[in-house]
Ligand binder design. Structure first.
Ligand SMILES: Cc1ncc(COP(=O)(O)O)c(C=O)c1O
Length: 299
């Protein structure tokens, strides 16, 4: 039996995927194979999306499909599927995997070709999708907050592209973990960009600040929702990067992502953020976010 066959349902590895979509067909995960000449494997030449699913319903799907198209355009790849086809595949995957809270992963690579940096011509992209259980965020992350460390933003200049080439993000996240922190907050030229796997926010005098959408950050779908919720709640929100000094003096610091929601950071580089307790602005925005998740007309 191949190693992968033995691993696929090993809970220790967290591989809780049953059926996947690969190049036009649904097959069991242990039968899904990709060529060693795939440019995703050789170069990390591809893009991806992660869409949260609550009780079988996709959350902010439209935004995720738009961002996928944005990433594909940015790396000069055309979408192998129409939005309707993506939606159909996602619906089927979610059904086949049990319709609970899930995390849908979509990936498109430039396809299989002999190894050459120059784009191959006439090659079909590799199209892959899977859905797995949405990891539950530990309750104390919300009641007590998480800790983060600051690190230099060593990533490339195209952070608006959701590229599968994630080596810098992986190293940054691992350094955070090595220091006993849950996230790394990234500083570029003295300003906060985002987290290694999240967008980042600082609250100062009751106002929320987050870096503008440009090539230095990923245009987070949760970030878009936070902007909407803040406007709804009459809380001032500015798309303006904060300096390292402002970050260290902020009343509250948060991060957000589709799979983890909005999390307060109560310790930064081993020092308490303000009082070291979760803040009032986070409590209000998180309450609105949870309510939105519950009430929104999903799909
Ligand atoms: C680097 C980075 N920034 C921001 C985000 C948050 O984006 P979203 O809210 O769309 O999940 C993520 C999520 O994976 C990320 O990896």
């Amino acid at each position: 039996m191949a190693l992968f066959d033995r691993c696929i349902f090993d809970d220790n590895l967290g591989l809780n995927v049953n059926e996947v979509f690969l190049n036009g067909e649904f097959i069991s995960a242990d039968k899904a194979k990709v060529s060693v000449f795939d440019r995703g494997f050789l170069f990390g030449d591809g893009v991806y999306e992660i869409i949260p699913v609550y009780s079988g319903h996709c959350f902010r799907l439209d935004g995720h499909l738009k961002r996928l198209q944005h990433s594909l355009n940015a790396v000069r790849m055309s979408s192998p599927l129409s939005n309707l086809q993506w939606i159909n595949i996602i619906e089927q995957l979610v059904k086949r995997n049990g319709e609970g809270d899930q995390s849908v992963y979509l990936q498109v690579t430039r396809g299989v070709a002999s190894r050459d940096h120059i784009f191959p011509e006439g090659v079909a992209p590799t199209t892959f999708a899977m859905s797995s259980d949405l990891q539950v965020v530990p309750q104390n992350y919300k009641s007590k907050g998480i800790s983060a460390i600051t690190l230099p933003d060593i990533r490339w200049q195209n952070c608006h592209v959701k590229a599968i080439t994630l080596l810098s993000n992986i190293l940054l996240k691992q350094w955070a973990q090595d220091f006993g922190a849950q996230e790394a907050l990234l500083l570029r030229n003295g300003y906060l960009t985002e987290g290694s796997t999240s967008n980042a926010y600082a609250v100062m005098d009751g106002e929320i600040y987050t870096a503008p959408k440009d090539e230095r950050v990923l245009a987070g779908i949760t970030r878009d929702l936070i902007l909407e919720l803040a406007i709804y709640a009459n809380i001032a929100i500015f798309e303006q990067a904060v300096s390292e000094k402002q970050l260290r003096e902020a009343d509250e610091i948060w991060v957000s992502s589709s799979t983890k929601g909005i999390l307060p950071i109560t310790t930064l580089d081993g020092v308490a953020v303000n009082s070291g307790k979760i803040g009032a602005v986070w409590i209000e925005i998180n309450m609105l976010y949870q309510r939105y998740k519950r009430d929104v007309n999903l799909w």
